[in-house]
Write a protein that binds this ligand. Structure first.
Ligand SMILES: Cc1ncc(COP(=O)(O)O)c(C=O)c1O
Length: 382
């Protein structure tokens, strides 16, 4: 098999970099490699590129530039926002409300908060993977510091009612941060953070055709949080360390292209996913997770009745189709998916799911091609 014949359907784990993101990275690294915190002309050049990128990124999300801080990725942004309200918190009864279906970056941070002795509420979801507004509200009280509910789930693509939750929260007489991990949703939706009603958000560069190791923390100017990394005075003294200007500029270029081409891109992705699911439905005993609810266009989580997903994934890889069993972290650890467990998928069925995820460089015909590979591999397995 030639390298370019391999069909990559694991964009929810990581996307290839867009050409424009590569070009901007190379350009910035060659003309503005200096430390953006320095005092000479080349540093000023780097600083200008950094601030232009911040302005442009903020603009895409209806945010003010000072509400955007650059991080090493989605994991860092989630960790920062969830852990910091509990550092030196004088209220020993402070609480965190999150959900059973969050990404490991949120759940791991929540475990850490719990290990300090604070109470953590894990909101359940229904059988379609949707969190109910009332189930979140039930756990919110005067001790709630932060509520963290993701917008689009990374394993199923199922979209959560974030705007409804934020509206309901406004009715309560409580002070809290409403955080949302929008890492997957950004790949597919235009988002105005203030309009949605969240005070913070986590974004990752490599899910939208930008580089790995760069992310964004949106933090509303109403909210003050302690610094996560201490040292230099970078990023409005919020995050010490030399800023990855080339990575930020590259992310910004990827985001521009992604946001400006979103309608056409989403249509293409949706067409391919529809063709793919239709062909599998017509030929096999499969179930598509979240097919009756609001779902991000790029994710298709399929249950293959009576088939072990690990065996199928390996066989598909050998035939040139790259997919995953769920979140990249979960598949590496070979643990059953906590998201499917939360959806009450039976133990017997939980190991028969695979995630296929489409992306910006998916081509017309890839949906059918992928379905054909799946059908021939399953035929060969019986
Ligand atoms: C929903 C979600 N949150 C957070 C992350 C972590 O982002 P990063 O890889 O940039 O640390 C991911 C990546 O898989 C994700 O899908």
């Amino acid at each position: 098999m030639k390298k370019d014949e391999y069909l990559y359907l694991d964009h929810a784990a990581s996307t290839p970099m867009r050409e424009v993101a590569f070009e901007v990275y190379k350009y910035t690294e060659s003309v503005a490699f200096a430390n953006s915190a320095g005092g000479h002309a080349l540093s000023r050049k780097a600083k200008n590129i950094l601030e232009e990128s911040r302005d442009s990124i903020a603009n895409h999300f209806g945010a003010a530039p000072k509400e955007i801080t650059f991080t090493s990725g989605g994991t860092e942004a989630d960790n920062w926002i969830i852990k910091m309200p509990f550092i030196n918190n004088k209220n020993k009864n402070a609480e965190l409300v999150t959900s059973e279906i969050e990404h490991e970056a949120v759940l791991g941070s929540a475990e850490w908060v719990e290990s300090l002795g604070y109470k953590v509420h894990l909101t359940p979801c229904d059988k379609d993977g949707v969190i109910k507004v009332d189930d979140v509200l039930k756990n919110v009280n005067k001790n709630t510091e932060i509520i963290s509910i993701m917008l689009g789930n990374n394993e199923t693509g199922v979209v959560q009612p974030i705007k409804e939750i934020s509206q309901a929260l406004k009715e309560l007489d409580s002070e809290y941060i409403f955080h949302s991990d929008v890492v997957q949703a950004v790949a597919n939706r235009k988002l105005d953070f203030h309009n949605i009603g969240i005070q913070s958000a986590a974004i990752s560069g490599h899910k939208i055709g930008g580089p790995k190791g760069v992310g964004i923390m949106f933090l509303s100017s109403e909210v003050k949080l302690p610094s996560f990394l201490h040292g230099g005075k970078q990023e409005l003294e919020r995050r010490a360390g030399t800023v990855n200007v080339s990575g930020v500029a590259s992310l910004s270029a990827a985001l521009d292209e992604q946001q400006n081409s979103m309608i056409v891109q989403n249509q293409k992705i949706l067409n391919e996913r529809t063709e793919f699911e239709k062909k599998l439905w017509n030929s096999l005993d499969v179930m598509v997770v979240g097919d009756t609810v609001d779902r991000l266009d790029h994710i298709s989580n399929i249950q293959f009745s009576g088939i072990n997903s690990e065996t199928l994934m390996v066989a598909l890889d050998l035939q040139g189709l790259g997919v995953s069993r769920g979140s990249a972290c979960a598949s590496g650890a070979q643990k059953p998916s906590h998201v499917l467990q939360a959806m009450k998928v039976s133990n017997e069925k939980i190991n028969s799911h695979l995630r296929f995820s489409f992306g910006w460089n998916t081509n017309v015909g890839d949906g059918i091609k992928a379905a054909d590979i799946v059908l021939s591999v399953i035929k060969g397995m019986s």
